[in-house]
Design a protein around this ligand. Sequence first.
Ligand code: ADP
Ligand code: MG
Length: 503
Amino acid sequence: MLDLTYEAPKAKVIAGATGDWELVIGMEVHAQVATKAKLFSGASTEFGAEPNANVAFVDAGMPGMLPVINEGCIAQAVRTGLGIKAQINLRSAFDRKNYFYPDLPQGYQISQLFHPIVGEGEVTVEMGNGTARRVRIERIHLEQDAGKSIHDMDPHMSFVDLNRTGVALMEIVSRPDIRGPEEAAAYVVKLRQILRYLGTCDGNMQNGNLRADVNVSVCRPGDYEKFAATGDFGHLGTRCEIKNMNSMRFIQMAIDYEARRQIAILEDGGKVDQETRLYDPDKNETRSMRSKEEAHDYRYFPDPDLMPLEIEQAWVDDIASSLPELPDAKKARFMSAFGLTDYDASVLTAEVENAHYFEEVAQGRDGKTAANWVINELFGRLRKEGHDIDDCPVSPAQLGGIIDLIAKGEISGKIAKDLFEIVFTEGGDPAAIVETRGMKQVTDTSAIEAAVEQVIAENPAQVEKAKQNPKLAGWFVGQVMKLTGGKANPAAVNEIVAQKLGL
Ligand code: ADP
Ligand code: MG
C-alpha cells in the first residue's frame, strides 16, 4: 500500500478585520452511471443523440407506465460503494421527490432519501509530499436525472430534450471534511479517478456526466474541531450550496469567492442565509438561485410503483471479487515493482488507460526507462497533436521495441528519438526500420577510428588547443557524431578521441 501520512484536515484561513476565518466544505457529486440503458426504462443513454430520440414512455411520464429497475445500475452503485470502502445496504428503497419542472414530465424524481443503497465510506485525497486527507462519505444513492430545457433556439418558445430524463445518477455525498479550495478540487479529481478505474462513470465533466454541488460555510478557528468531535455540523456556520459545478478550476474559484462573500456579511454583523447559489465564471461571482424560505416541500414518500430493493450478500461478494486494482494500489505497485518516483507513478496512474499502456511497455523492461519514454516522449508528443492514449499511433509493443533497441546497443538515444518520430508518423516495426534505413549504431571501432582520424587531420589548430585544455575533447566527439550521422556509439567515440589526442 501507499506509504502515506494522514494529516488532520488543515483549513484554509482567510484573515478578516475581526480575526481569522476557516472554510468548511461538503460536496454532493452527481455521477452518471455508466450503463447502456436508463435507471427505470430500456431507453438508451447514448450522448449526443437527436433530441428526444432516447425517450421511453416511462421517461416521458405517460400515465400508467411502470418503472422497472435496471439491474446494471444497481451493480454499478454497489461497485462504486465497494470502491470507496463503503457499507453496502442489502435493503434500500426508492422515494418520490415531488416537484414540477418542464424537463421532468413525471412530476417527481425517483431518488433514495431514506434508505440509500450505499452507506458510509471514505476517499483518500493526496495533498502532495506523501501526505493525505481522508474525506468521509456519508452515502451514495441512486436517482433519476432530469432532461434539458432549451431556451436559446427560438425567441418565443422553449424546447425540451428528454434524452437525459431518467438516466441513472449516483449522488455521492461527502461529510463536510474538506477545508479548502485545492482540497475540494483534489477530492473531485480523486473521486473521478476511482469511478473511472471502476468503470462506473466515464467522468466526462464537459458532457455533464460528473458534476458537483459544493456546500460552503465559514467558521472561527477551533469551531470545526469542536463540532467534528460530536459529528454535529448543524451548528457550524450557515452554509450555501453552489450548484452544478463541472470544472476543477471553477470549483476552486467559486469556493474562494463564496467564502469571502460570507465573511464580508458576517463581519458586517449580518447573517448568512442558507441558499442555493449559481457560479458565474464570466463575472467570477456566485448569485442566489433560491433561498431556504422558498425551499420546496418535496413531499417525499416511498414510490408505490417500486418494491424495496433487496440484494444478496453473495451477489455483493461477487462484485467485490471482480473489482479492479484501484488508483492507490496501482500507484504503490508501480513504485515498488518498477522503481518509479512518487511523481512518475502519479502521472502514470492518473488515467487508467495510461497506466495500462505503461505497464505493457514496462513488462520485462527497465521500469524507469519505460516511464521516461511514456511520460516525456509519448505524452509530450500526444499533447502536441491533441491526441489521447486512445488514439495513440504508437502501440506499447512498438514503443517497447524502440527501448529494446537502445538496451541492446543497436541505436543511440539520439537516433531512438528520430526512430520514435518515424514510428509515430509513419508506423512500422522499429527493428525493421532501423535495418532498412541504416540507423544502426556504429560500434565497429575501426569505422569510428577512421572518423576520429579524419576529424583530427582536418582540424590541426583544434588539436593543439585540446592538448592544452582536455575539455575541448567534447568538440571532437561532437564532430565525429556529426560525421557518422549520430550513429556512432558515444562511449566508444569518447574513448577513441581521448586516446588519439593523447589525453
Ligand atoms: P441536507 O439534509 O440539508 O441535505 P446534509 O446534512 O445532507 O444537508 O448536507 C448536505 C451537504 O452539505 C453534505 O455534503 C454536507 O457535507 C454538507 N454540509 C453540511 N453542513 C455543512 C457546513 N456547515 N458547511 C459546509 N458544508 C456542509
Ligand atoms: Mg442531504
